[in-house]
Design a protein around this ligand. Structure first.
Ligand code: DQA
Length: 143
């Protein structure tokens, strides 16, 4: 089974971008950690990142045919995108929302998430470990 791990705007700069908030690890490190956990559960991973909302929507549509679950860090699109929410509502498997930072401790505009209306679980504030924890949860949900 495949887990699609989607990442929204500016996360290509993970490791370089505001490291005091998001840490020094990169998306390659995230992919390696998720692949390691996935092995224990017989899950393969495909990690994707785009700065474009429509690309994220298209990848969610692709996941309808190829993925058993979606882990998504929609980044800024979390707080703005009905299109990403609507796309996730077309997906039948489990969806887990991940935020590296503890969004509820930050600006008020980060407290609301459209994606949470669809997510089966939400992880925030665990740094990049949140992705590996989400993989673990996928393992139980898809067992
Ligand atoms: C984020 C939190 C969002 O508010 C922000 O726009 C991001 C990253 C996180 O992982 O903590 O780009 O999703």
């Amino acid at each position: 089974k495949l887990i699609t791990i989607l990442n929204g705007p500016n996360l290509n700069l993970l490791g370089k971008r505001e490291p005091e908030i998001y840490g020094h690890d990169t998306l390659d490190d995230v992919e390696a950690a998720c692949a390691r956990v996935g092995k224990d559960f017989g899950l393969a991973v495909k990690l994707l990142q785009s700065n474009w909302e429509g690309q994220i929507v298209d990848w969610i549509h692709d996941a309808r045919h190829e993925a058993a679950g979606i882990i998504i860090n929609p980044a800024a699109l979390t707080h703005t995108s009905v299109a990403v929410l609507d796309a996730l509502n077309t997906f039948d498997g489990p969806v887990i929302e991940v935020h590296i930072s503890q969004v509820h401790k930050r600006e008020a505009f980060r407290h609301h998430s459209y994606v949470s209306m669809r997510a089966d679980g939400v992880i925030a504030g665990f740094g990049i470990d949140g992705y590996a924890l989400a993989m673990r949860r996928m393992g139980s949900l898809l067992a």
